[in-house]
Design a protein around this ligand. Structure first.
Ligand code: PLP
Length: 414
């Protein structure tokens, strides 16, 4: 942790180095010292090929290179260029045609949508709710803007979504504050790979129907991995369930083009509301723009232009989808390989469906991750287990990691 000298503390505990990037740096140092074959870097949250190189869809690379100066050089409007706002709604919702009022505001990646949703829909000092297995930057984002994060227990004893814990925490927090943001990262949750089922969604909607009318909730659907969870239409089948939410619970979709377009550095994303009334949709857009203006101002125009081009050209859109399906299938094979091997040897994972990550619960994640590092295997220790990125390792490595993890856990007495 940094020693504060001139910086104001503001309740923040600031590490000297980002944990995941720090581990990745150690993995790279070992590659330098011992060679590539001696190291497995299962920390990276980006899709790499079997040689460890970043996979970029050629359709995206070509579209990017073809941009004209007028498509990247001028400032974009704060909410995003109109063609992008239309495109990103299509990208996020797919074939689903919402009944209410839809608005989109451009954000730098999915991260920006999380930041703005917290800032617009909670008061300073409020607590945001998410599951106990969660993407740690939620906490950083909250701390940065004077909010806190509390969690509900994600899974019940039957390896299903723990609706009782969800309900309990929602009403505990609503007992203390007027506003609440609830973040559900699905499908293909980071770090577990779990996807809420239609039944889970119905249960969530039923709970949120009990929210008193004087309370205000934003349900943030962090769909960063939506195009890597399986069939793209199947993965969007839960959207109509959200139509059952009451007027004081607003679904906000946090969309990220980072994974869906393999364009992580493009910093393109959006917050999208499915509002029941025009007034709520207009408020969403104005407040979202205000939050953007006060943080990053407008977003990179290049990413918006790439998306605008893709979704106004049927042929290009199909090409992107086809290319993405190929790399998604590769990712799904890797996840399945890991899951199968884990099951064979009795290594218990957190419920996994699909996605970039698999997590293994254990009592001393730091010790297990350190033990694995000794053997050149780099994973990310979380509060409740160890995270493995199947996105950054080959299928063959996915097959051999479960045994290495099991042995490391045994050596650490976990
Ligand atoms: N949400 C989750 C769960 C993520 O894992 C990520 C990226 O790793 C994001 C959101 C946001 O990604 P970005 O800001 O790069 O688009």
């Amino acid at each position: 942790m940094i020693e504060y000298v001139l910086a104001a503390k503001n309740g923040r505990t600031i590490p000297k180095e980002d944990k995941i990037f720090g581990i990745s740096n150690r993995a790279n140092a070992m590659i330098e010292a011992k060679g590539k074959d001696a190291v497995v870097n299962a920390t990276i949250g980006a899709l790499l090929d079997d040689n460890g190189d970043l996979m970029v869809l050629s359709s995206i690379a070509e579209t990017f290179k073809d941009l004209k100066p007028t498509e990247y050089a001028p400032y974009a409007p704060i909410a995003g260029i109109p063609a992008f706002r239309k495109a990103v709604i299509k990208a996020a919702l797919g074939k689903y045609e919402p009944k209410g009022y839809v608005e989109a505001v451009a954000t730098p990646g999915g991260t920006g949508s999380i930041r703005n949703t917290m800032s617009v829909y909670t008061e300073y000092g409020d607590t945001v709710l998410t599951s106990d297995w969660f993407w740690s930057p939620y906490k950083t984002i909250a701390a940065e803007i004077g909010r806190k994060v509390e969690t509900f227990t994600f899974f019940n004893d039957n390896r299903g979504f723990n609706i009782e814990s969800f309900e309990e925490k929602v009403f505990e927090l609503l007992g203390k504050q007027e506003h609440l943001v609830v973040i559900l990262n699905t499908p293909a949750h980071n770090p577990t790979g779990y996807s809420l089922t239609i039944e889970d969604w119905e249960a969530v909607v039923a709970v949120l129907n009990k929210v008193p009318v004087d309370k205000k909730v934003a349900l943030l659907l962090d769909v960063a991995y939506i195009d890597f969870a399986g069939d793209e239409d199947e993965c969007r089948k839960f959207f109509p369930v959200l139509e059952g939410l009451p007027e004081n619970v607003l679904p906000v979709i946090g969309y990220s083009a980072s994974k869906t377009l393999t364009a992580y550095g493009m910093r393109c994303g959006a917050m999208i509301c499915l509002a029941p009334t025009k007034a709520i949709a207009e408020e969403f857009k104005c407040a979202g723009e205000f939050a953007s203006r006060g943080s990053w101002s407008n977003c990179s125009r290049a990413g918006q232009s790439v998306m605008a081009r893709i979704y106004s050209d049927k042929e290009l859109e199909e090409r992107v989808k086809k290319e993405r399906a190929e790399i998604r299938d590769m990712l799904l094979r890797r996840g399945k390989a890991f899951d199968e091997e884990a099951a064979k040897i009795g290594l218990v994972t957190v419920p996994f469906d699909a996605g970039f990550f698999v997590s293994i619960p254990c009592s001393d994640p730091d010790a297990v991750a350190s033990k694995l590092e000794e053997e050149g295997i780099f994973t990310v220790p979380l509060a409740k287990g160890v995270r493995v990125s199947v996105a950054s390792i080959s299928e063959e490595v996915c097959r051999r990691l479960p045994m290495a993890i099991k042995k490391a856990m045994e050596a650490c007495g976990c």
